[in-house]
Every structure is written in structure tokens, then in C-alpha cells.
Design a protein around this ligand. Structure first.
Ligand code: AMP
Length: 191
């Protein structure tokens, strides 16, 4: 099972991805979590990524793509994974496609249809802003939140159409309570 969770910051991707990962016993891979780990450890990647993260901008693809490739090559990811916070733009989505198609002995594998499932967990701005302000992470100031939402609408939201066109998208209403969202997700995943 390979899944991608799309949606604006504050839609509940992290919480829900963790629950679904637990259900299917596959790793929940959050690029934000991996980056925050690098920042905390002050690795070269963390040092380079920090300014972008503090401002709510996307970390450049050349830093992100190797990091993701490396994570997906780990043994625990062979049975499947849930990606949370990646891809964040069309270039990253094309990277996932290429990575998947190159995975089986160099024989191009179609990832159309059931192989990759993308969940669009959406919620309106007023709902996500309220949630993020309550969460209070370092990059959760009102100004940064507004900027992250703008970055989401400009760079990430085009992926909704990208995956819709590939017939890989399911929609779940992220404004519902966390438990209600989980119920809806289970239904979406079971289809
Ligand atoms: P998140 O925890 O997903 O909200 O991510 C927190 C921050 O990490 C974002 O605001 C970005 O600066 C950075 N980040 C996380 N994932 C990505 C990604 N796939 N591409 C670029 N930057 C990312």
C-alpha cells in the first residue's frame, strides 16, 4: 500500500496518516518531521533547511529529493508507506512517479489505478488557521501560517488536479472531527 496525504497545513494530515499507518503496519513518512529532526541535530541539511522552514517557504527540491529517496529505500518502506507533506509541488510529484516506475528491476511499472492512492484532506482557511494557532509549533505564528497557506495554494494545490487526472485521488473532508475523519478515511482506503 502506497499512499500520499495531500491537504493544507492544519488539515490533520499528520494525525490521520499516523492512524492509517498503524492500521496497515506501514511507515508514516513525514518530510516535515524528518526536516525538524535534521534541524534539531544541526546536520548540514538541517542548517540549510531551517531558514526556509522558519519563513514557511518550501525547502528547495535539491535538498528534499535525496532525503526522500533515501528514506524510501529503507527496508521498512518496501511493503508500502504513507507520505505526509510530500510531494508539495509538481516536480516532487513527478519524482515520486519516476521513483516508483524505476523500482522493479528497471522495468517501468505503471502506477496508475490502485497502486498509488492519494487522499486530499481539505479544510477551509479559517478552520486550519484556528487549529494551527492552537497547536503552537515554532512556525505556527499567524503571519507564517498565512504564508504557508499561500504557498500551499500556489505550489501544492495544483497536485489535486494532477492526481485527479491520473484517477488516483480520493477526497476526505478535513473539517470534521478527528475521529470522523478517520472513519471516512477507512472507507476511502477500503474502496
Ligand atoms: P510540515 O510539517 O509538513 O508542515 O512541514 C514544515 C515545513 O517543512 C514546511 O513549511 C517546509 O518549509 C518544510 N517542508 C516539509 N515538507 C516539504 C517538502 N516536501 N518540500 C519542501 N519543503 C518541505
Amino acid at each position: 500500500m502506497r499512499m500520499i496525504f495531500l491537504g493544507p497545513p492544519g488539515a490533520g494530515k499528520g494525525t490521520q496518516a499516523a492512524r492509517v499507518a498503524e492500521m496497515f503496519q506501514i511507515p508514516h513518512i513525514s518530510t516535515g518531521d524528518i526536516l525538524r529532526h535534521h534541524v534539531a541535530e544541526q546536520t548540514p541539511l538541517g542548517q540549510q533547511a531551517k531558514t526556509y522552514m522558519d519563513q514557511g517557504d518550501l525547502v528547495p527540491d535539491e535538498l528534499i529529493l535525496d532525503m526522500v529517496r533515501h528514506r524510501l529505500e529503507q527496508a521498512d518502506a518496501h511493503r508500502g508507506w504513507i507520505l505526509d507533506g510530500f510531494p508539495r509541488n509538481v516536480a516532487q510529484a513527478l519524482f515520486v512517479e519516476q521513483l516508483l516506475s524505476s523500482m522493479v528491476n528497471g522495468i517501468p511499472q505503471s502506477i496508475q489505478g490502485t497502486d498509488l492512492q492519494v487522499i486530499n484532506l481539505d479544510a477551509p482557511d479559517d478552520v486550519v488557521v484556528k487549529r494551527l494557532l492552537a497547536r503552537g509549533r515554532k512556525d505556527d505564528t499567524e503571519e507564517t501560517i498565512r504564508h504557508r497557506l499561500q504557498v500551499y495554494r500556489e505550489q501544492t494545490a495544483p497536485l489535486i488536479e494532477f492526481y485527479h487526472n491520473r484517477d488516483q485521488l480520493s477526497y476526505v473532508n478535513g473539517s470534521l472531527s478527528m475521529d470522523e475523519v478517520t472513519v471516512q478515511l477507512k472507507q476511502a482506503v477500503a474502496v
